[in-house]
Structures are given as C-alpha cells and as structure tokens.
Ligand binder design. Structure first.
Ligand SMILES: [Zn+2]
Length: 427
C-alpha cells in the first residue's frame, strides 16, 4: 500500500512541478541540479566535483562502457557490479524478480550488442518511474481500463501498476501470435502496448479480419518506429500511434496529443552532440535529475536523433522528429577516390521506400565493405529497390557494390527490428 501512496505522491509532484515551471524550465532544472549535487557527494566517482559545486558542463561525458567499468564507484550505495550481476542473473534464471540488495532492486538490460547493462533502483525511484509512466504514457484516469502489454517476459516493475482501475495483461512476444489474437479478441484492450514489429504483425491479423479490437490508445515501445510503419499502423488502427523512448537510463521521451515525442526535460537535461555539419542529427547526452542510486550524469547515447523545430502542442520540451537508429548502424563505404563515406540509415530508408509505392516491408544489411543484403517484401519491387540503392551510392561516389538478395526479413522474432543495419561493424 505504501508503494501506491508513494506513486500517487510522485504523480502529483510531477504534475505540479511541470505546470508551475511551465515557462521557467531552466529554473526547475537548476533547482533539481542543486539538490542532485548533494546526492553526488555520496558517489566516490563524482564526490570531488560535487564538493566544489562544479557546473554540469565540466563533468565528464560518459558512455555505456565507462558507466559499467566504473559502476562500483558511480553508484551511491556501494553496490559492486559483481554482486549486482550475481543477483540480476539469478533473478532471470529463477524468474523471480523480487531479489533486492539492501532494499535496492537490480535489473538487467538486454543490450542487442551483447553488452548487458545493470541498473539499480530504490523503491522511491521505482515509484517515480511508475508515476511517470502513468502521467506521460498511459494517462491517469479513474475509468476502468485494460492494458494489453507485449513483453519478452513479465517483470515485477509492471505488476506494481495494477490497481482496481487498471488491469494489466501480459503477452509473451516469443509465443505464437495466433494464441495471442484469441486472447486479445476476448480481452478487448483499451490500451495496447507493443514494439512496432509486433504491432505490424497484429495489423496483418486486423487486415485478415482475424483480429477485431478497438483500443483507445496504442503505444509503440522498445524499437524505432519508422515513419512508413507509423503511417501504415495509423491507417489500419485508425488512430495516432503513440511512442515511448526509454532505455535502461529511464523514461526519456513520450508523445504528446499530436503524436510527437518530447524529451522529459522537467527532470532531464539534454545536451546535443551534433553529428553532421547541418546540425540535423545528434546524440543525446542525458543527465537525469531525479535518479539518485545510480546517477546518470552526461551519459551519451548512441541513438541518432533528429530534432523537430516546433510542435503544435506548444510544449517547451525539445521535440523529436524521428529516431533514426543507432550510430553502429551507419553504413560505411570507400569511394572510388579512396575516401571514407558514411551513409546514415535514413538516406537508404527513403531511397528504398521511394523506389516503388508498394514497398513497406524491407531490410538492408551491410555484410562487408562492398556487400549489402537486401530484402523486399514485395518481390516484384525488388529490382527497383536494388537499382535505387545502387544509384544512390553511386551519387555518393561509391561504386561496384554487390547487392545480394535475401528471401526473408533480417529479423529474429523477439529481437529488435532494425530495417537498416550494419553487421560489418567497422565503426
Ligand atoms: Zn507536442
């Protein structure tokens, strides 16, 4: 019960602060940074800087590898990585997600690149996260709602959201989709939460008239929602597809009523590391002003973000036009003059879908310096897509690329769908 009261308290606090500081975002960030500074005194890694009240921009920028390497001295509770991993792996194996170290929950993130992350959260931080999900994602309401949630596995973090007015039903994405459609038809969820690849599969059942549901809100999570997929899903489900941008590092952004993702800048400071001269793409460097057990200070993500200049909702929070993918998925070639050529995923995405209006399902993988593997769902349009990719690369000075035809989509069920992927990895 105490946990639910904590959630309610955090929810109110989020709402009041957001409203009160609506036009003075800097003030709110400043106030929260000063408070965080006191917590940083407990982190051996940050203590010296915190003692001197060092401004944020003089703190080191860290990435996931640094973050894990210095895990033991970054966290403020003296938890060692060894111990945390031990507890987290045991929990995964026993499917019992309640183990705690001195009241701190340990979670394991499933990084696709093999480098698993560990995260720590106190009960207060878990309440904060749940409150944020209620406020920014699900929406707070006293009406009874049924949420269909597609996950890899059930997690005790979500159980805590269940209450009289909110019923959570979990669907294991590794199980056969046909068993799910029957359950969904019966459940008639008011809210549907799933990754885009699952939503696309569900949409195909709606098209075949084997699935008939009419949720009032659909939320895409965990993977990049490509524009053409969003358009397709919007047409099938007849509504805006909402998104959540979240990772181990917390709930970073969620969509407004217009379907635009906005960073939660009431408790995050977002710095932008631009990746191109035009300043269109950036890596976000995040500082979470509310995380205290495992401080997130100037943590650079390798996601490629495009900024949106304005959103009709009027929010002061930075709007995201799209998340292009990750920096490891930038394709790399050599031009005929021997220069390195970097091709961002978005250029190839556009080239492929514009090659023929019938193309909406495709994957492109770089296997080697000069070998690409292309899959196009509509076989009749394959040649057009392959030709378009070739001529785009030629326009960038890259010649003699071999394009191999793939007969199946580059995607393993349960994994993230990445339509453009660099599997060669010389990054
Ligand atoms: Zn907006």
């Amino acid at each position: 019960m105490f946990f639910k009261i904590q959630i309610l308290y955090k929810l109110l606090s989020l709402k009041i602060h957001k409203k009160w500081y609506k036009n003075r975002l800097n003030k709110l960030q400043e106030k929260r940074w000063i408070r965080l500074n006191n917590t940083l005194l407990k982190s051996p890694f940050y203590r010296d800087k915190a003692k001197k009240n060092t401004p944020l921009n003089e703190y080191p920028i860290i990435n996931k590898a640094h973050f894990m390497a210095d895990f033991d001295i970054i966290n403020t509770k003296r938890v060692s990585l060894k111990k945390a991993l031990e507890v987290a792996i045991k929990a995964e194996e026993s499917r019992d997600f309640s183990p705690l170290i001195n009241g701190i929950t340990v979670g394991l993130s499933t990084g696709t690149s093999g480098n698993r992350g560990v995260f720590l959260a106190t009960e207060e931080e878990r309440a904060q996260w749940v409150a944020c999900v209620l406020d920014r994602v699900i929406g707070f309401s006293l009406k009874k709602r049924r949420v269909a949630f597609f996950l890899r596995a059930n997690s005790n973090l979500y159980d805590s959201v269940t209450s009289k007015s909110l019923q959570f039903e979990f669907f294991d994405i590794l199980k056969n989709m046909e068993t799910h459609t029957g359950r969904l038809n019966k459940l008639q969820p008011t809210i549907l939460v799933a990754q885009p690849s699952v939503l696309l599969e569900l949409a195909s059942y709606v098209e075949k008239r084997e699935l008939s549901i009419s949720p009032t809100k659909i939320i895409s999570v965990a993977e990049v929602l490509y524009q053409e997929d969003a358009t397709f899903l919007k047409r099938i489900f007849k509504q805006t597809i909402h998104q959540v941008y979240q990772c181990t590092e917390g709930l970073l952004a969620s969509t407004c009523a217009h379907g635009t993702l906005h960073f939660n800048e009431d408790f995050l400071i977002i710095e932008k590391k631009y990746l191109d001269k035009e300043k269109k793409r950036f890596h976000p460097i995040i500082t979470d002003l509310l995380r205290t057990t495992q401080p997130i200070i100037r943590y650079e993500l390798n996601d490629i973000i495009h900024e949106k200049s304005n959103c009709p909702c009027g929010s002061h929070f930075t709007a995201i036009d799209k998340i292009e993918g990750r920096s490891d998925d930038v394709l790399r070639f050599k031009s005929i003059t021997g220069k390195d050529v970097k091709v961002y995923p978005d250029f190839l995405r556009r080239t492929i879908i514009l090659a023929d209006p019938s193309i909406n399902d495709y994957t492109l993988v770089q296997r080697d310096l000069d070998t690409l593997e292309l899959y196009v769902g509509n076989n009749n349009a394959y040649e057009l897509a392959a030709k378009a990719v070739k001529s785009y690369l030629e326009s960038r000075g890259v010649k003699d690329i071999i394009i191999e035809k793939a007969l199946v989509r580059n995607h393993v069920k349960g994994n993230k769908l990445r339509r453009i992927q660099n599997d060669w990895k010389i990054n």
